[in-house]
Design a protein around this ligand. Structure first.
Ligand SMILES: [Zn+2]
Length: 469
């Protein structure tokens, strides 16, 4: 077959159409077939990395020649990969000095680095800033898998509605840096004249009334953005200020609680789904109607592990998660510590999808630590425990819990403009105080902050910010 031959020859890698068709065929044959592809792709990636990357050649010295089991490999992380940037890269044209010069220039957002690659930086809310170089394989896989997801989420009627509306896609993205979504969408617009009009790129930093006006005039069939932005837009739609009728609303980063998903579905009259992943890994999992994220095991390996990088069983919340991106070759991401705490569903998901399902429980670095009430010791509180209390409170559009001292919390709130702000504030503070008291933390003070939640430079809202983050 023509499509197939293209992947076997040359360095160009698979096309998006081949990735899509391959994923369709694998799904017809069942989960075993997907895992078979995963193993074969891992063996190929490891062999490639050993041949072309000095860092991986050294790291894997002494290991068996063919690797099909990822757990045989040592773990890496952002700090390591950034510290050994030039050695990690499999293309000698990719050096930190050259990439840094490239990303220092905002005019080059979405241009091809070294004539070939997409470059994306991550804001680095905690610690190291990441610079990632992504090849056409990465992009073909991302686009091909998006086709699979569209077919999973939407009925034929929805798809017809979407095509009729010119498949107009509005992405509300972080601008002002080489972030993945702005870099990728800028490149799409530059390189594919047909996408120029149907792809709308809006800045997450735009004041809300202006953003609402821009979206009203664009009229998207698909609306994508961070969960925090979609939540604000959902409130605007309910209030009648935003008047868009998307077929699909896609939340691309940050968790979207099930209650919020229901609210957005009602507000927009659209299917609301999440994709989970990061710049380094691409799309890793996709949301289902039951509120779980199913893994895209064709092109990524996800390992929930404890603090010693040992696997944790399904039903247990992991300390962190390791990602292996089986698509990108220019800067291999193999057993890479992402820092998210995830829970694997122990039984099969009621939605009927046989792919393993996970839930993301926040980042390991967002766990709060308080001094215990009695002498010595400390009490840790997962971010989700606080988040759900605030989330359940009606009238909260956005929130941010900040630890301002070892035993003090401050809550930044963005109440619904139509809600009684004072009442919302009181309910949130009471809920948090009660939760803390139940955990033996009655000595921890909770106050409402005067300022609203703050965005990171990448345009996200961290819901919990520990003292030493
Ligand atoms: Zn499911």
């Amino acid at each position: 077959m023509k499509l197939r031959r293209r992947t076997r020859t040359g360095d160009r890698g698979p096309s998006a159409a081949w990735v899509w068709w391959d994923a369709v065929r694998a799904r017809r044959k069942g989960p075993e077939e997907i895992r078979r592809r995963q193993k074969a792709r891992l063996a190929e990636l490891v062999a490639y990395a050993r041949t072309h990357s000095a860092y991986y050649r050294e790291l894997y010295r002494g290991l068996p020649e063919r690797i099909e089991d990822v757990s045989l490999l040592p773990v890496t992380n952002k700090k390591e990969l950034m510290a050994h940037f030039d050695d990690v890269a499999t293309d000698p044209a990719v050096t930190l000095a050259r990439v840094q010069e490239f990303v220092a220039d905002p005019e080059r957002i979405g241009r091809r680095f070294a004539g070939k690659y997409l470059v994306a930086t991550t804001a680095g809310t905690t610690g190291t800033r990441g610079i990632f170089v992504l090849d056409d394989r990465y992009w073909a896989v991302t686009s091909g898998l998006m086709g699979i997801l569209g077919a999973k989420w939407l009925s034929w009627r929805d798809i017809v509605r979407m095509i009729r509306r010119g498949t107009r896609f509005a992405g509300v993205v972080a601008t002002g840096g080489h972030f993945l979504s702005i870099a990728a969408s800028t490149r799409e617009k530059q390189e594919k004249p047909r996408r120029h009009r149907s792809l709308g790129v809006f800045s997450v930093h735009t004041p809300l009334p202006r953003l609402v006006a821009q979206l009203n005039s664009f009229g998207p069939a698909v609306l994508g953005g961070y969960a925090s932005v979609l939540r604000m837009l959902g409130t605007e739609q309910q209030a009648g200020r935003l008047r868009v009728h998307p077929v699909l609303v896609l939340s691309t980063a940050e968790g979207l609680p099930p209650d919020e998903r229901d609210r957005l579905e009602a507000a927009f009259g659209a299917v609301v789904r999440e994709v989970y992943g990061c710049t380094e890994s691409g799309y890793t999992a996709y949301g289902c109607g039951e509120g779980w994220l199913h893994l895209l095991q064709d092109w990524v390996i996800v390992e929930p592990v404890d603090a010693g990088y040992r696997p944790v069983p399904p039903g247990t919340v992991s300390h962190t998660v390791l990602f292996t991106n089986l698509a990108n070759r220019v800067q291999p991401i193999i057993r890479y510590d992402v820092g998210d705490r995830v829970l694997v569903r122990p039984d099969s998901c009621p939605c009927g999808d046989p792919a393993p399902a996970i839930r993301v429980q926040g980042r390991a670095s967002d766990v709060l630590t308080f001094p215990a009430a009695d002498r010595g010791g400390e009490v840790t509180v997962p971010p989700l425990a606080l988040g759900t209390i605030v989330d359940r409170t009606p009238g909260v559009v956005l929130f941010q819990v900040v630890q301002t001292a070892p035993a003090s919390l401050s809550v930044r709130l963005r109440p619904d403009p139509d809600a009684d702000a004072e009442q919302v504030r009181r309910t949130v503070l009471e809920g948090l105080t009660k939760l803390l008291a139940g955990l033996g933390l009655a000595h921890v003070t909770v106050e409402a902050a005067a300022e609203p939640p703050e965005q990171t430079t990448g345009g996200k809202y961290r819901t919990v910010i520990p003292l030493y983050a």
